[in-house]
Design a protein around this ligand. Structure first.
Ligand code: TYM
Length: 332
């Protein structure tokens, strides 16, 4: 069967992956892996835009790979590798950066949020990160990019950068990549505050469900999740915490929001939280167990990354060589 196109996506190996990463991204990758040619990257070069401990970064890289596999990504049929193993990402990022106006980067809300008041001391890598992300995608001429909602703006920039390159060199060289923002939970919110995104960098462990949490911890975290004082879930107007828990329930059980709402129409938060915790334990515990099992054999994991990098590199080198031709670099 011919495939529908080329997918590229990735997760940063920083801290523990969480339910947002799973529902917003990896769960969808699993669904897409048979119908597209897929490259799933562990984006370690993105991770160093904020300080990392080298030993912890290596472990987190393996753990991110283990999580991909434990969630159901098949390492035989897809290319899985870590970004730093393919030098083409950095090379293409430089070339694309020479075609990216600062005004475009100044619009990126994630940089503004992350740099906050410390704009002057924020590093160039954090500012240029969306150009590296565009390079990741375009290096493989990816046509589709499955991500959570929070990456939409970066994806739009990648499309603009692809268009700018094509216009500059007067050639339809890069496909304009399509975002695939899928499923019931494209933006999973913090369990402490339904108006804030669930994130690895939140100080509170109780704000997120990590994919390495034990069954007991998962139960505890859901039971402590923020509630409101309204009984029932018929109306979700101005009820971000209620909406978030129902969204997670819907995504974990593959039901739409309307059915989830109907199921808990007259229930209280306690009932919803209990059922949600059980569903989460049922879905996530096998993943956690498998991650722990895979992490015992780092040689096996490193072998998968090595083979993936070789395959990725073969595609990257071919595309990068064509880019260099267009740009006018003399290859002797
Ligand atoms: P990262 O590592 O922050 O997140 C990885 C994936 O998880 C999704 N995600 C969420 N989805 C729903 N709700 C949430 N609370 C939530 N938090 C995270 C993200 O949207 C993402 O899909 N820059 C990217 C990584 C990257 C990339 C790329 C992605 C680098 N190059 C090229 C696609 C294509 C990032 O930091 O994701």
């Amino acid at each position: 069967m011919s495939k529908k196109g080329m997918i590229f996506s990735g997760v940063q190996p920083t801290g523990q992956l969480h339910l947002g990463n799973y529902l917003g991204a990896i769960k969808n990758w699993v669904k897409l892996q048979d119908t597209y040619n897929c490259i799933f990257c562990v984006v370690d070069m993105h991770a160093i835009t904020v300080p990392q401990d080298p030993k912890a970064l290596r472990e987190a890289t393996r753990q991110t790979l283990a999580t991909y596999i434990a969630c159901g990504i098949n390492p035989e049929n897809n290319i899985i590798y870590n970004q730093s193993a393919v030098s083409g990402h950095a090379e293409l990022a430089w070339i694309l950066g020479c075609n990216t106006p600062l005004g475009w980067l100044n619009r990126m809300t994630q940089f503004k949020e992350k740099a906050g008041e410390h704009r002057e001391s924020a590093v160039l890598g954090l500012y240029g990160y969306p150009v590296l992300m565009a390079a990741d995608i375009l290096l493989y001429k990816a046509t589709h990019v499955p991500v959570g909602e929070d990456q939409k703006q970066h994806l739009e920039l990648a499309r603009d950068i692809a268009g700018a390159f094509n216009r500059h060199y007067n050639k339809d060289f890069f496909p304009i990549p399509e975002p695939l923002i899928m499923g019931e939970a494209t933006r999973v919110m913090s369990l402490n505050d339904g108006t804030k995104k669930m994130s690895k960098s939140d100080e509170s462990d109780y704000s997120r469900i990590a994919l390495t949490d034990s069954a007991d911890t998962i139960r505890k975290k859901f039971m402590k999740a923020k509630s409101d004082s309204t009984m029932g879930f018929e109306s979700l107007d101005n009820r971000p915490d209620a909406e978030n828990l129902l969204t997670i329930y819907g995504a974990l059980t593959d039901t739409d929001m309307k059915s989830a709402q109907a199921k808990f129409r007259t229930a209280g938060f306690g009932t919803l939280k209990k059922e949600l915790a059980e569903v989460a334990v049922e879905k996530l515990s096998p993943i956690t167990d498998e991650v722990n099992r895979l992490m015992k054999d780092s040689g096996h994991l490193d072998g998968i990354l090595k083979r993936g990098a070789e395959k990725a590199n073969a595609i990257a080198e071919k595309n990068l060589s064509a880019v260099k031709q267009l740009v006018g670099f003399l290859e002797v």
